[in-house]
Design a protein around this ligand. Structure first.
Ligand code: PMP
Length: 400
């Protein structure tokens, strides 16, 4: 029956993890997958999450189905975490928020909703470069996607001018996908004053901003700082779409817990949007899983646990910032002739090193260090015991 099915290519990022697993060298380092590791290079369960799990266990809860859109208490808490306690949209009940299957599920649901219900310029503009799954989801759904300039490979910085020029060429009503913070893969975010400019021209061009916020808290260590752009756009009256994930900032990768919010013009529209979201979810997976959202709810609804969580997030972000500093110092002290300030100026989990594909290949072949072909490294995979090895490798492959 299935002789027509061709072998598909392995996933670019998960393929790196596979190659890493097969390597038997004790020196091997995995800088491919974007999952946080502690300074012993081990997966990390946040103390706030452990405590929440204990609290939940003691409650002896049942395992009944969640509502189609997820627990409304959870939805309320995560909308406030994203949009802020003082969000006008939430106060006016203009947000339609559902639980999603982590960030990927939120994007998929959001894009699918656009495909079905959006009757303006149905094309999604994405930064160049962007996370590989963004265009792939569009391809699966048959939705047009285009690129706008974001990263300038010459300056290794955000290309504000190019970005603004491209925004001006977008048709009114088009959707612009924005990474809310800790841009993946470049680690470069617009500055607050640049977000201000972007918000103004996006408004002027009547574009619909879709924020992907997979790293709230991971960029600066503060969930409020990292939500700056999202909240600014809402304050400016944009009817934003927001995809949230608790994979990284709560370390709940495998729990697949996230959210999708549409900020609407009025409460009546939000109610209609909610009804259509439920219809869509019903045929996709019927209703979301309950364990991850219980953990998030437990943390966000308890002032003590929330304070602990904010500390935990900051600790993770600070460790990444420290590793950036050590990596840069390690390369520079070996006498590298290149500039490495981008390692410390970029933020979030990833560093776009500027390594060329042939240098990436040498990193893997000669030094057993695994990363994606585009030269992106997950700084979370660096720790005190391997940072010198990574610095040595980066210096050697860029020396000649
Ligand atoms: N968006 C971006 C930009 C990401 O980097 C990721 C994770 N790699 C996601 C969304 C979604 O991740 P998840 O589905 O695990 O929440």
């Amino acid at each position: 029956y299935w002789s027509n099915v061709p072998m598909g290519p392995p996933d670019a990022i998960l393929g790196v993890a596979e190659a890493f697993r097969k390597d038997t060298s004790p020196k091997k380092v995995n800088l491919g997958v974007g999952a946080y590791r502690d300074d012993n290079n081990k997966p990390y369960v946040l103390p706030s999450v452990r405590q929440a799990e204990e609290n939940i266990f003691k409650k002896c809860l049942n395992h009944e189905y969640a509502p189609i859109g997820g627990d409304p208490v959870y939805c309320d808490l995560i909308a406030k975490l994203g949009l802020g306690e003082n969000s006008l949209a939430i106060k006016e009940k203009r947000n339609a928020t559902v639980q999603s299957i982590s960030g990927t599920g939120a994007l998929r649901l959001g894009f699918e909703f656009i495909g079905k219900h959006y009757n303006h310029a149905r094309e999604i503009w994405m930064p160049s470069p962007t996370w590989g799954n963004h265009p792939q989801i569009c391809n699966t759904l048959g939705i047009t996607h285009k690129k706008y300039r974001y990263y300038d490979p010459n300056t290794l910085k955000f290309n504000l001018k190019g970005c603004c020029e491209d925004i001006c060429s977008m048709p009114p009503g088009a959707i612009i996908l924005l990474h809310a913070c800790a841009h993946n893969p470049t680690g470069i975010d617009p500055k607050p004053e640049e977000w201000q400019i972007l918000s103004e021209i996006i408004k002027e061009k009547r574009l619909l901003p879709f924020f992907d916020m997979a790293y709230q808290g991971f960029a600066t260590g503060s969930v409020d700082n990292d939500a700056f752009a999202v909240r600014l756009f809402e304050k400016h009256g944009h009817q934003i779409i927001l995809a949230q994930s608790f994979a990284k900032n709560m370390g709940l990768y495998g729990e697949r817990v996230g959210g999708l919010t549409f900020v609407c013009a009025d409460q009546d529209t939000a109610a209609k949007m909610m009804s259509q979201l439920k219809i869509m979810i019903r045929t996709l997976y019927s209703n979301p899983s309950i364990n991850g959202s219980r953990i998030v709810t437990e943390i966000l609804s308890s002032p003590e646990l929330k304070a602990q969580w904010l500390k935990d997030v900051k600790e993770m972000a600070d460790r990444i910032i420290l590793m950036r500093k050590k990596l840069r110092e390690g390369i520079e002290k070996r006498g590298s002739k290149h500039k490495w300030d981008h390692i410390t100026s970029q933020i979030g989990m990833f560093c776009y090193t500027g390594l060329k594909p042939e240098q990436v290949l040498r990193m893997t072949k000669e030094f057993h260090i695994y990363l994606t072909k585009d030269g992106r490294i997950s700084v979370a995979g660096i720790c005190s015991s391997n940072v010198e090895h990574v610095a040595e490798a980066m210096h050697k492959v860029t020396a000649s």
